[in-house]
Design a protein around this ligand. Structure first.
Ligand code: GLC
Length: 632
């Protein structure tokens, strides 16, 4: 109850009004009652086990009771303003804690830098306990309730999240729920033959059943970790390992697994996490003779998680990691009445962006952006140019076929292009999991290296360097123009290039994703205010764009958006409109000066970067440049 009571103040003898503490019991009960029927229905549908359901309900209340008051207040405020994360002020940055600042305390000390970057959402890459050398960048968790010693403790995490909240910064973490590390307590006991724990994974005495799975289940890491099963000689059994052999798939058919993982999720949420990134979510339900991806039960589980979150900690957001084609991604939003994830990665747009870079042809990107614009405005996408993972070429090959581009040769072209071998490319980077059977390969590099900054620096070509910086900034400007939450990979704000030192580390050498997960270059960052340096050039330009984005309502995630025909194949036009405010973005993806043959007849526009007034007609755009034009 948020009513106001009157209390006697004996000292002053005056009657003052004071806000009563909220009635948490009542608040909880309200949330629980709201979801109870559906929660029970879905749980029983999956597990048909009432005692496990009752256990779950009891534990939800315990986690709620343990949730700190400050977090509960934040939950209430967010519940009262459910659109809080759909505004134009959100900007994310992701980083590995050790690469960014050594440890959690170090991150806390660098919060001023994060603020300087206009960032109010940090994604702390996996930091839970893991075994060095068998960690997959932390995505093989051996204890969900322990922080890696080198990074700090759970207490440090709580301090960090509290310090972030004071500054209005949201904290995101990965919840790696598809698998545990083989060094997790459960895995160790399963390996030793304890049935109770074996039942939490997929164990097989022979390859009979695994071989049936192998007929329909694709491979995630065909070169670095082929196959979906691993033979354990000491246990004399096979175990399912969709990712690396040391990442054992959890069996969500077992309600014990579901319940325990939900307890882990709530335990972590109670440490002050705002955004839970559900790692590899499409994979969590396995069924023989299927692809074991995106099965209906996955959606039941995500819906259950959403309700559990809304009951215990409604201030948190679920970010689903669904790196797949659009028709597989969108269902993870659920429906308006029965939502699943709050946010999803705009992965196809990201991949299509780089295709556009390599072809200077915006047609496919325009089509992709039109698809996204046509989706309900409730959907919030996380937009990015690149993340900690490789870039997979998940493009609309049906459409590309009509443009005369076949899938296999085009993928080959893209990979050659970004390695710097084809198509007048300035990019530098490396292939990832190049599969000789399917001819598929993905690509790894930092944004700056893909834009030509690395090449220009090595070749000491100042003109090329300026062009590369301009290109890098243009791509960010275009990314900021999309609806949703833009997320930078730490280092991209200062144009950091590839880091090849991973090759010297035997634990990393086989995984080229480390090329774009280098240490933060604080020396370069120190020059962020000096536009004559690469770091400063990129930083200052992004700073200007980020401030524009934060101050203009037309950037809210629910604004109307559309693409504009520019009659030049290399120039992309995007419009945004919200409550009388209209903005047009024009982006030249080519190394040649171009003209956007647009003809907006509704009056004068202002160049938002220079403040100059002009008409939005036949706009000349220098190579790799852009315009943000606002209707005056
Ligand atoms: C996700 C992560 C990736 C990791 C995989 C396995 O796809 O983004 O880095 O390798 O899950 O957990």
């Amino acid at each position: 109850m948020r009513n106001v009571v009157k209390t006697d103040n004996t000292k002053t003898d005056k009657v003052i009004t004071k806000k009563a503490a909220p009635d948490y019991e009542e608040i909880y009960q309200g949330r629980f009652d709201k979801h109870y029927d559906e929660l029970k229905w879905l749980y029983m549908e999956l597990y048909d086990n009432s005692s496990m359901f009752e256990e779950l309900c009891d534990r939800l209340k315990l986690f709620y009771d343990q949730r700190g008051d400050a977090l509960k207040r934040q939950d209430d405020a967010r519940e009262a303003q459910p659109d809080w994360y759909k505004q134009n002020d959100m900007l994310g940055m992701m980083f590995y804690i050790d690469n960014f600042a050594g440890n959690m305390k170090g991150v806390e000390q660098h919060l001023d830098y994060i603020e300087k970057c206009n960032v109010n959402y940090i994604h702390l890459m996996p930091f839970l306990d893991t075994t060095e050398g068998k960690s997959d960048g932390g995505y093989a968790v051996s204890d969900f309730r322990k922080v890696q010693e080198k990074l700090g403790t759970m207490e440090d995490l709580e301090k960090l999240t509290a310090a972030c909240h004071k500054k209005g910064i949201n904290v995101c973490m990965d919840f790696v729920m598809n698998h545990t590390s083989e060094d997790h307590q459960w895995a160790k006991r399963a390996r030793a033959g304890e049935k109770e724990y074996m039942d939490r994974y997929f164990f097989y005495d022979s390859f009979d059943i695994p071989s049936i799975y192998e007929q329909t289940v694709p491979q995630v890491f065909p070169t670095t970790a082929p196959g979906n099963f691993t033979w354990l000689p000491d246990a004399g059994r096979f175990v399912m390992t969709t990712f690396y052999p040391y990442q054992w798939d959890l069996n969500y058919r077992n309600p014990r697994v579901f319940n325990e993982m939900m307890y882990n999720f709530l335990y972590l949420a109670n440490r002050g996490i705002d955004i839970i990134r559900i790692d590899a979510v499409p994979y969590i339900w396995k069924e023989l003779r299927t692809s074991c991806r995106n099965l209906p039960q996955v959606h039941t589980i995500v819906r259950l998680m959403r309700m559990i979150g809304e009951i215990v900690c409604p201030g948190i957001l679920l970010l689903g990691e669904v790196v797949m084609e659009p028709e597989k991604v969108v269902p993870y939003f659920g429906t308006v009445e029965k939502p699943e994830c709050h946010m999803l990665y705009n992965v196809t747009t990201m991949a299509t962006t780089w295709h556009t870079v390599a072809t200077r042809d915006v047609r496919l990107l325009k089509k992709q952006l039109d698809i996204v614009s046509g989706l309900p405005k409730e959907y919030v996408f996380l937009n990015y140019l690149r993340c900690h993972d490789d870039i997979g070429w998940g493009l609309d090959y049906g459409t590309l076929w009509q443009y005369g581009m076949g899938e296999r040769p085009h993928k080959e072209y893209l990979n050659n292009y970004f390695q710097g071998y084809a198509g007048n490319s300035n990019s530098r980077g490396e292939l990832y999991n190049s599969d000789p059977v399917t001819g598929d390969a993905r690509f790894c590099a930092t944004t700056a290296s893909m834009c030509g900054i690395e090449k220009a620096e090595t070749e000491e070509d100042p003109e090329a360097l300026q062009r590369a910086i301009r290109f890098d900034v243009m791509l960010h400007a275009y990314m900021f123009m999309q609806s949703g939450i833009p997320v930078l990979y730490s280092g991209d704000e200062i144009g950091q290039t590839n880091d090849y030192s991973y090759k010297d580390d035997p634990n990393k050498a086989a995984d080229s994703r480390y090329i774009h997960r280098g240490k933060m270059d604080w020396k370069a960052a120190a020059a962020a205010d000096d536009p004559s340096t690469v770091a400063g050039g990129v930083f200052q330009s992004l700073d200007q764009l980020e401030k524009i984005r934060k101050s203009e309502k037309a950037f809210v995630s629910y604004a109307a958006t559309w693409t504009i025909e520019t009659w030049d194949q290399s120039v992309l036009g995007i419009g945004r409109y919200y409550q009388g405010e209209k903005i047009i973005g024009l982006f030249n993806f080519s190394e040649h000066d171009k003209t956007a043959w647009i003809n907006e007849t509704d009056g004068l526009y202002e160049d938002m970067l220079t403040g100059k007034k002009r008409e939005a007609r036949g706009v000349d755009i220098p190579a790799y440049s852009f315009y943000y034009l606002k209707k005056v």
